[in-house]
Each structure stands twice: as C-alpha cells, then as structure tokens.
Design a protein around this ligand. Structure first.
Ligand SMILES: Nc1ncnc2c1ncn2[C@@H]1O[C@H](COP(=O)(O)OP(=O)(O)OP(=O)(O)O)[C@@H](O)[C@H]1O
Ligand SMILES: [Mg+2]
Length: 309
C-alpha cells in the first residue's frame, strides 16, 4: 500500500531524514515513534506531498508522491500535528471548506454525518476559537475523512488530550481499521502505539532504528524482564545457581527485613519454574513472586537512550 525507499531530507544543512525505508500493508496501522525532532512529521509531510524529499522515493498505491501529488491527495486523509483550521470560521464551515476543496458530492450532508460521527454536532455553530483542544482534534479527524480516504495519516492525534478524549480518538481509529483503512500514526505515547499499531518503527535522529510488531520489539533479546521473589532468607549457593542460567543476566539480593531477589532475565517464562525448583531444593520458601515484562517504553529508552515522557 505504502512503499518508502531510501528517503533523505535535508533542511539546508540539517539532515532530518537519513535513508528511511519501510512499507505498510493494506489495512495496517503503522506507528512512528520517536523523540522530538526524530523526523516523524517530516516523513509524514513527504508522504502527504507537503514536503519535497531531497532524494529517495515514496509511493502510495503505486503512485509517486513527488510526481503525482494530486492523485495521492485524493487517496489520503491527514490529521496534521500543527492545527491548520481557519480560526475565523465555525466548526461546520471549516468542514465545508474542505468538502468543497475535494469536490465531495452532497457536501452538506457529508459534513453533518462526520460532525455526528465525532460528536460535534451540538457545537458545530461555535467559532473554533471556542473549542477545547479535544474538540479541535475531533474536528481535524472529521475533516481528514471528508472524502472517505483509503489511507489516513495521523500525526500525534492524541497529543494534549485528556484520557477520556484520547480513548474516544482511539475508538475512532479502531473503527477505521475495522472499515479496512490503512493508517500511519505518529505518537509519543507508548500505550497508544502498543494498543493500536500492528507494527511500529522507532525513529531517532532521522533514522529507523527498529521496526516490528509491538510484541516482537518487547520480546526481542535486547529486552529483559525482572522477576522479583520474596523469601525469608537465601543462601549464596542458590544465587549462584540461578545466575548460571544462560538467559539470566543478573541476580540482585536486596535485604528489607526479608529477602528480595531480583532476577533479570531474557526468558522469564522458562526461568521462573527453574528458579522455584532450585529454591525448593534448598528447603527455602517463596512467599511472593512477580514478573515485570519490558514495556515498549523500556525498548525505546534502550534504543534511543531517551525517555518519551
Ligand atoms: N521546515 C523546516 N525547516 C527547517 N528545519 C526543519 C523544518 N521542519 C523540521 N525541521 C527540522 O527537522 C528535524 C525533524 O523535525 P520533525 O518535525 O520531522 O520531527 P518530529 O519527529 O516530528 O518531532 P516532534 O516529535 O517534535 O513532532 C528537526 O531537527 C527539525 O528542527
Ligand atoms: Mg512531529
């Protein structure tokens, strides 16, 4: 559906995109994750024909974004990061401007349909200066859908929204997926990427540093889980035996009145029963056990050395 090959973008001397390649299949939600300045909006800008690449190619349904931007525009809907609404107009008028720009049939009824979809019918007569951040975002989503595009780009769709509004946007996005739409989504929220995206690309300094399903990124060898066990006491032999497992990276013993054992492992599922066996063999007892899986956030920090929040 979307094919990106060796994209490079320089802004004067600054390399914003450094040889980016990936593809997105029909019906997929593809996430772009990365810290500020990673190049996400630049990449979306090229795919949506707003930004010219320095070199490389991008095709949407086989159409080159540089050679035929108009054809591409009819296939895509864009929810931009920087809100581009006309502040002199009310919500409904903003929608109508877009409907006319796209030559949508029956623009008035299409606009009403979309306003209802995002729950803005009651406020459609208000000037958008009176809109809250969440309402503006909903209007942008509705506007991006005006010509019923097959492919939707969402650049930070839930930035600055409260949890309730964010969940409402997530529901919309999942509904689009059910309708078979293909989406590219940029986000700073790991949870958002984890929940919505079929695959994600982690970007840093203009490059894709990792790509895969959220599951794959979390499970890949680079990340480790922490298994925490609470015991009355422990012996050095036990610690040594546990540390010998191939998948175990480190064992820490923390005394808190009782003993807490932290086992850092690449394969908790396999090691947990083995660890318990060793402990039991030494006549010791585990009072509590918990295992914490790596989050996408851990993966991100591991790859970029930076936190997103
Ligand atoms: N129009 C422009 N002119 C010059 N430099 C730009 C322009 N747009 C972006 N840049 C630079 O390109 C780099 C990538 O910016 P971009 O907006 O693509 O990042 P981003 O990943 O979307 O960041 P954010 O998470 O803050 O939205 C940054 O260093 C930015 O300063
Ligand atoms: Mg951006």
């Amino acid at each position: 559906m979307i094919h990106v090959s060796q994209l490079v973008k320089y802004y004067n001397g600054l390399k914003a995109l450094d040889n980016v390649s990936f593809h997105v299949m029909e019906g997929e939600i593809f996430g772009l994750l990365g810290p500020n300045g990673a190049g996400k909006t630049t990449l979306v800008g090229i795919l949506t024909t707003e930004v010219k690449p320095t070199s490389g190619t991008a095709r949407i349904k086989g159409i080159d974004v540089v050679n035929d931007p108009l054809a591409v525009k009819h296939l895509i809907g864009v929810v931009p990061q920087h809100r581009s609404l006309d502040r002199k107009l009310n919500g409904r008028e903003n929608m109508l401007v877009m409907a006319r720009a796209y030559g949508v049939k029956n623009p008035k009824s299409r606009v009403e349909e979309l306003l209802a979809l995002v729950g803005l019918t009651d406020r459609a007569d208000n000037g958008i200066r009176q809109y809250s951040g969440g309402m503006l975002q909903k209007l942008l989503v509705a506007r991006a859908l005006i010509h019923d595009p097959e492919i939707i780009f969402l650049d930070e769709p839930s930035l600055g929204l409260d949890p309730q509004a964010r969940i409402a946007i997530w529901d919309e996005i999942l509904r689009f997926k059910d309708e078979g739409k293909t989406m590219i989504l940029t986000t700073h929220y790991m949870e958002e990427a984890d929940r919505l995206c079929d695959r994600v690309a982690i970007m840093n300094q203009g490059k894709i540093v990792k790509e895969g399903t959220p599951e794959k990124l979390k499970n890949e060898g680079i990340m480790r889980s922490v298994v925490t066990l609470e015991l009355k006491r422990i012996s050095d032999d036990v610690v040594e035996e546990i540390a010998e497992f191939e998948e175990v990276e480190e064992v820490q013993v923390i005394e808190k009145g009782f003993t807490e054992l932290h086992v850092y492992t690449h394969n908790a599922e396999k090691n947990i029963p083995q660890i318990i066996k060793i402990i039991q063999r030494h006549g010791l007892k585990v009072y509590r056990l918990r295992s914490q899986e790596p989050s996408l956030e851990d993966v991100f920090i591991n790859l970029t050395g930076r936190s997103l929040t």
